[in-house]
Design a protein around this ligand. Sequence first.
Ligand SMILES: [Ca+2]
Length: 241
Amino acid sequence: MNIYSQNDPRWGNKLLGHSTVSTIGGFGCTITDIGMILDTTPDAVNDRLRAVPGGFANGTLVNWAKLNQAFPQLKFIYRHSTFSEATMNDAIRRYGFVLLEVDYDNAPGTRDTHWVIARHDNIIRDPIDGRDKHISRYPRRTGLCVLELLQPPAPPIPPANPSNPIEEDFMSPEQFSQFMGAINKLQATVQALMVLQVVVHNPTLEKKKNNPAVFVVDKDSRIPLGNVDELDAFRTKIKEV
Ligand SMILES: [Ca+2]
């Protein structure tokens, strides 16, 4: 989680949401919180939410229900209109953080709602100045907004393709095991390492019989290992080790 201040001169004077007067520095606590959670600057959060229809309600209020549309990795769970320590702690335990609605000046008569990020051990991250503070800084707590930061999906693992005759022909699991043993005995010579790379990474292994064989080691480099007969001879030699 990053740390930003809504009053940073890089964006503090920019207009918040669709307002013509309110600035990020003056009223942009929530988008600054979101920026910290997403590791995105508050003005970038502002621009993104502005681009989503209804992203801001009444011009400057973050519309929780539109958050996920603006930021696919951020999921809105629930907005509590009352504060409960148990709910806060449960959200922190589940998601690592929770947005906490507080009264900035601790005076009920003044409307100065502020949103900070509550974290473990009663520490809050305050967008007003980009500092971590004890939660006792804000004794009047009026609500919570539970959000979940989704992890980016892991890159897909290409499925094994046992029907690929080239791969089958090249080296069976038994042969590969034998090959690995031979590598150890050979103490991994340069040539052996090159073949090993072909075995491990061969996404697009090309083997043309009766032609010089080219083995694609990875997407960036092609290492010719001579013709097929030479490779077969090398494999035979390994078997003999
Ligand atoms: Ca107040």
